[in-house]
Design a protein around this ligand. Structure first.
Ligand code: ACM
Ligand code: ZN
Length: 552
């Protein structure tokens, strides 16, 4: 983890020097995700605690951006910069409106005379500040009482390629606190990601308070035991021998997280799993299942054949009631309904499911799942929202308005884009950040001989992600973005959460932001500088790429 810190410091000697609290600029400037256009110029701007931030246009969310800048600069100077209204001044950080830029785009010019930023919205300003943070000398980041810091002159024109750049966090298999979730949101924001996909319900735990169904959290948020991290039930199942939970977020905590994310220009997309991955809900309300009895919150990982019963009308009432509360909490246009890994065995022998298949003229159980998807989508549409589902939802036919999240490789996403559905690419071949990234088995989750995770996914492989793979130019517009996913069956500490995300999230961010400029050789060198920022933030991260590719 940080064992290689000294080595890395030797590889990229930092030229910054502390001289009486005046910190010199770094010798080189780099930013990840890589800006679309960045020209290094002559000169240095000396940023000091007396430098004002001059805002020359109004935007409801501008304070989110300026508060963020001050949250970065306060640990540098020991105080915040003053934020004042226009007009632009020499020697200031000036923020001007340029309505011709995209909402997330910005320009950033650093000269000896100041910093000039232009954007069409506070969202773009926020990204300009994220960039500025990476241009600070790394020695300055936690200096505490710097008198000035040098920033090398640079001219940047930047905007993202994909409008959707996401991070998934599974807090069901293992639970993480509100503060830890916020830290993941901060990590995502640092990489200019704009969606946080929050996986809230599972076989192993229901983690969101639903007022109308209190047993979901009274019963569904705890389990009697847990499979030991690093074992696989098909090979060497071991149990911890102690109960887990109750762990869940109250609705107030959910609102707090949604607001925290909004202040970082991240939309939280809740995922409520329908109709599979529902054992915790069935344990709380057994009538939701086909047999109506004997469900227990699942204690091992893997796929359960215990799924919700779409034969009964009362199950739809439950889903709609839950979603109604979810819609109140989450302003996101997109709502994720899962749809993955739903074995249909129970439906085959369930009189209610078979009666529904007959009454609706459905061909088989796959079409029954499609029936569920259509009804849930209709409910969401009536409430002004859009539905996302995992690629299994393609199996019984999918409505043209559904967004498909491709995870079993890219093939589902490719098929969906060819059919004209909107697609988010998070193929497990490149985007499953719960897969091991290095060969240090003392840290990494198991795979291969001891199959815990399916693949080995080092940094370079993540970077080979091509969200447009096999798509014709005319089909590419349906791919709206990319997402890195962290499932937590084998991840039970927050230190390991950070390690699994970093720096692979940077690779996904770089592809998602600057698809046309992707270049692994540039990335792997620039990311070394980003590791210094991770250090300053106290993030744990993997250096396995450098350890295992020392000769490259
Ligand atoms: C998934 O990994 N089951 C979406
Ligand atoms: Zn049934």
């Amino acid at each position: 983890m940080k064992r290689l810190f000294l080595l890395l410091s030797a590889i990229i000697p930092t030229m910054a020097a502390l001289a009486g609290g005046h910190i010199k600029s770094d010798a080189s400037s780099s930013v990840i995700p890589c800006p679309v256009k960045m020209t290094v110029r002559e000169g240095v701007f000396k940023l000091s605690p007396a430098t004002p931030v001059v805002v020359t246009f109004e935007d409801d969310k501008m304070q989110y951006a300026t508060d963020f800048l001050n949250s970065v600069l306060e640990p540098v100077f020991g105080k915040q910069l003053k934020v004042v209204a226009g007009p632009a001044k020499k020697g200031a950080i000036n923020i001007a409106k340029n309505p011709s830029l995209d909402e997330e785009g910005y320009t950033l010019d650093v000269t000896g005379n100041g910093v000039n930023i232009s954007a069409s919205s506070a969202h773009g300003v926020f990204y300009a500040f994220q960039t500025l943070r990476q241009l600070l000398p790394t020695a300055a980041l936690k200096a505490g009482d710097a008198k000035s810091v040098g920033i090398s002159a640079v001219s940047i024109e930047d905007k993202p390629h994909f409008p959707y750049r996401g991070t998934l966090f599974d807090i069901c298999r293992h639970f993480f606190t509100v503060d830890q979730v916020k830290e993941v949101i901060d990590m995502a924001a640092m990489h200019k990601m704009n969606r946080f996909h929050w996986h809230l319900t599972e076989d192993q735990g229901w983690r969101i308070e639903i007022k109308k169904y209190p047993k979901l959290t009274e019963i569904g948020s705890k389990r009697e035991d847990s499979q030991v991290v690093g074992t696989h039930h098909a090979v060497d199942l071991k149990m911890e021998g102690k109960p887990y939970g109750p762990y869940f977020y109250t609705q107030d905590e959910v609102r707090d997280i949604v607001k925290y994310a909004e202040e970082r220009f991240i939309t939280v997309i809740p995922e409520i799993e329908i109709p599979g991955h529902s054992v915790a809900a069935l344990a709380a309300y057994p009538e939701l299942g086909c047999t109506g009895e004997s469900y227990k919150v699942r204690t091992i990982w893997g796929i359960s054949k215990e799924v919700a019963c779409p034969g009964k009308e009362s199950t739809f009432k439950f889903w709609e009631d839950v979603l109604a509360e979810v819609l109140e909490l989450f302003p996101s246009e997109y709502i994720h309904i899962g749809g993955d890994e739903c074995p249909r065995d129970a439906w085959k022998v369930c009189p209610a499911c078979q009666a529904r298949i007959k009454a609706e003229g459905l061909k088989n159980e796959a079409e029954l799942q499609t029936y569920v998807n259509h009804r849930i989508e209709k409910f969401l549409t009536q409430h002004g929202r859009k539905m996302i589902g995992w690629d299994e939802i393609l199996e019984g036919g999918v409505s043209p308005t559904t967004t498909v999240m491709s995870w079993r490789g890219s093939k589902g996403g490719i098929a969906a884009a060819k059919a004209g559905n909107t697609v988010i690419m998070s193929p497990n071949t490149h985007c499953y950040l719960d897969y091991p990234q290095g060969n240090d088995t003392s840290i990494e989750p198991p795979f291969g001989e001891r199959p815990g995770r399916r693949h080995y996914l080092p940094l370079e492989k993540v970077y080979q992600l091509d969200p447009y793979d096999q798509l014709k130019p005319s089909e590419r517009k349906y791919v709206i973005g990319v997402q890195g996913n962290l499932w937590t069956e084998h991840i039970d500490t927050f230190e390991l959460v950070q390690y699994m995300y970093l720096p692979r999230l940077a690779a996904i961010a770089d592809i998602g932001w600057n698809y046309k400029g992707r270049n692994f050789s540039r990335f792997k060198s620039d990311v070394l500088r980003l590791l210094k920022l991770y250090d300053a933030e106290g993030y744990n991260y993997s250096t396995s790429y450098w350890r295992e590719n020392a000769e490259k």
